[in-house]
Ligand binder design. Structure first.
Ligand SMILES: *[C@@H]1O[C@H](CO)[C@@H](O)[C@H](O)[C@H]1NC(C)=O
Ligand SMILES: *[C@@H]1O[C@H](CO)[C@@H](O)[C@H](O)[C@H]1NC(C)=O
Ligand SMILES: *[C@@H]1O[C@H](CO)[C@@H](O)[C@H](O)[C@H]1NC(C)=O
Ligand SMILES: *[C@@H]1O[C@H](CO)[C@@H](O)[C@H](O)[C@H]1NC(C)=O
Ligand SMILES: *[C@@H]1O[C@H](CO)[C@@H](O)[C@H](O)[C@H]1NC(C)=O
Ligand SMILES: *[C@@H]1O[C@H](CO)[C@@H](O)[C@H](O)[C@H]1NC(C)=O
Length: 600
């Protein structure tokens, strides 16, 4: 993960392409989630809590290795509705505007939930500045419970205990659906039931660990509290009445939607990308979320298969001949998933010794769809696995436990659940707790109605569920209304083929705020627009942050094919102006980093 420290020493240096990069691709709502968070500042450890910290205090410290950014922490009320609760300390970094006059600060969120954001303003600072313009200070911060912010989520006694707990379970490997041929089959039902029984037992164990090791400290990590933190920081950094500006994708779109609707009179420029449906997020338990998330997944999978078939075996290792029917590739993959369900593949020489299950392979194919720039590499990994060598594919899923050094910095612990369980509605009584049977029913319905291939495959990238056992509720849960009137419309960016944050959700948020939002549609695949950057989309964002409103409904094309021929790619890039090339490189770098932050 963030192991190659030296590579990050210079924030202008290119991110080295790492073999396992794409894997970290995932969590949609995570997408932009940060793991492997190993900032040199404080060695990635949570900040010490010193007694007597006063609310509003800001400590500035030098960001080690990032001379162009300032790092620091700010003391905020732990609970904005109860001053007795004490304080929390938000870790942040600021990348200064490089051109005067300054227009204000833009708060950044990398997704998740569970993503730490300081790095967005340290080593990615110059790249994000290229995407929003030079006149903004960029503020990256670690949201509640996450990274170096305190209190941090520490439900597990240590990261090794967490890793041992998860290894080879349904939470790590995903749910196996042995065959999609007959969704009414009793055999399939029985297989699923066993897996969901294990799932529920694990969720109870997690919740009991959190109760014992975190207790009430877990109450202050919901999205509404993070919105209050952003407002608090904005007042301290920019002044009482300064507009709050924001940039975020994936889960960051949830945070952005909460922000504009909780504080409509306070916000200025707000860009959200890769839209998750905040209305559903706040009003339904997480077992129903995939119904919305997966509404473009099948069409994205089909696009992947078609592009692969058309590219042929030289560019896409899953194709057997140029222009063969894409359905042939789909059938071969499906028989691979079915075979694995009964005979998992041994992986003796992976990151750790292990085996590849069908659930894992299907989940990894879904994660693959998030990141079109890695489609060729992924096709190669799947092709190898189908020939019996699953090492490369397995390695994309399993974090390298050796990188943890027994320390904390590589572990996200349960920071995602700490957010989702406070945001979603609690069951009214234990009689309402979902049983394994009910989870099977909901899952089968998602397969039937939404995504026959991946309806049960979101678990690896979006590890939700079990909030009925969560030990605490927060002081504030925002549930709308979602139709705020804003002085400056919010910019919404949606891809036509986003496998986890579908365009339907972008259209929905846009339709709730018809006069206060602008939808720009990127006609291409991938999770969030930066997963396959388009110069057109980038320029719409730049224009927006410069104060010129894009036209609602603008359709932007992507610039490159999904299975590119390297020589043709070189020609294409050479044909661009130097400034366009720079924009595209900045976007690619930010997009790649965001997608690398998946899983932990
Ligand atoms: C950023 O700007 C502030 C205020 O103008 C200044 O005090 C600080 O030194 C600047 N930081 C860097 C790294 O240039
Ligand atoms: C599907 O499974 C059910 C239950 O096992 C069985 O009754 C039905 O005949 C199967 N349908 C097909 C098309 O095989
Ligand atoms: C299996 O794949 C891995 C990773 O691609 C490679 O290093 C290894 O040599 C392969 N093993 C065999 C037996 O081909
Ligand atoms: C916004 O939605 C709320 C609740 O759904 C509704 O009562 C209110 O009339 C709406 N406001 C506007 C301006 O449409
Ligand atoms: C949006 O603006 C139009 C034209 O000014 C107006 O007719 C309409 O009522 C507005 N809709 C909302 C929801 O504010
Ligand atoms: C904005 O554009 C979207 C996408 O074309 C469309 O669905 C929506 O109706 C438009 N909104 C307004 C207010 O015209």
């Amino acid at each position: 993960m963030m192991d190659s420290k030296e590579a990050y020493a210079d924030s202008h240096q290119k991110i080295p392409y790492r073999r396992r990069a794409w894997l970290w691709v995932a969590s949609a709502l995570i997408f932009w989630s940060l793991v492997g968070y190993r900032n040199r500042f404080n060695n990635g450890r949570p900040l010490e809590e010193k007694p007597g910290e006063k609310v509003g205090n800001v400590h500035w410290e030098q960001c080690k290795s990032f001379p162009h950014s300032d790092c620091g922490s700010i003391t905020v009320p732990k609970d904005y509705f109860n001053s007795e609760a004490g304080t929390a300390k938000i870790a942040f970094a600021r990348y200064n505007a490089t051109k005067l006059p300054k227009k204000g600060s833009v708060f950044l969120n990398p997704g998740g939930p569970g993503g730490a954001g300081m790095r967005l303003a340290t080593f990615l600072g110059p790249k994000i500045a290229a995407l929003v313009g030079p006149q903004w200070d960029l503020i990256g911060f670690d949201p509640r419970g996450i990274g170096m912010t305190t209190p941090a989520v520490r439900c597990f006694p240590d990261p090794i205990a967490e890793r041992l707990f998860l290894s080879n379970t349904v939470i790590e490997q995903g749910i196996t659906v042995s065959s999609i041929a007959n969704l009414s089959s009793e055999t399939l039902r029985d297989e699923l039931l066993l897996q969901y029984e294990q799932f529920l037992a694990m969720k109870q164990a997690q919740a009991q660990l959190c109760e014992k090791n975190m207790g009430d400290e877990l109450k202050y990590m919901g999205t509404a509290t993070v919105v209050r933190d952003i407002e608090f920081m904005s007042k301290v950094f920019d002044g009482e009445d300064a507009p709050i500006n924001y940039w975020g994708g994936s889960y960051g779109s949830i945070l952005g939607t909460y922000l504009v609707n909780m504080l409509p009179d306070r916000v200025g420029h707000v860009l959200i990308d890769g839209i998750a449906d905040a209305v559903q997020w706040s009003s339904e338990p997480s077992r129903y979320w995939p119904r919305n998330w997966l509404s473009s997944t099948e069409s994205t999978y089909e696009l992947f298969l078609k592009d692969c078939a058309q590219a042929g075996p030289r560019l896409c290792a899953l194709a057997h001949s140029v222009g063969q029917p894409w359905q042939n590739i789909e059938r071969r993959l499906e028989s691979f998933f079915s075979k694995l369900a009964h005979s998992p593949l041994p992986v003796p020489f992976g990151v750790r010794p292990g085996f590849l299950t069908s659930g894992a392979a299907r989940g990894l194919m879904l994660i693959n769809l998030y990141s079109p720039s890695l489609w060729p590499q992924n096709a190669e990994n799947f092709a190898q696995a189908m020939k019996g060598n699953a090492t490369a594919l397995f390695n994309t899923m399993v974090p390298d436990y050796r990188l943890d050094n027994g320390g904390r910095s590589g572990s996200r612990d349960l920071s995602r659940l700490a957010v989702t369980c406070l945001d979603s509605p609690p069951p009214s009584s234990p009689e309402d707790y979902p049983t394994a049977e009910e989870l099977v029913d909901v899952g089968l319905e998602t397969l039937r109605a939404r995504s026959i291939h991946f309806g049960l495959s979101t678990g690896i990238s979006e590890p939700d569920g079990g909030c009925e056992y969560w030990p605490v509720r927060g002081p504030e849960r925002f549930t709308g209304p979602w139709n705020a009137t804003l002085r400056t419309p919010m910019l919404i960016i949606s891809n036509t083929y986003d496998p986890i944050t579908p365009i339907a959700s972008g259209l929905k948020i846009n339709s709730l705020m018809p006069n206060s939002s602008i939808l720009v549609i990127q006609n291409g695949p991938g999770h969030c627009s930066l997963s396959m950057p388009s110069l057109c989309t980038i320029k719409q964002s730049l224009q927006y942050f410069a104060g010129e409103m894009p036209t609602n409904g603008t359709l932007c094309q992507v610039d490159q094919p999904t299975f590119p021929d390297e020589k043709e790619e070189d020609f294409r890039l050479q044909a661009l102006s130097a400034s366009d090339r720079e924009l595209l490189e900045a976007a690619e770098e930010v997009g790649k980093w965001m997608l690398e932050q998946k899983l932990s």
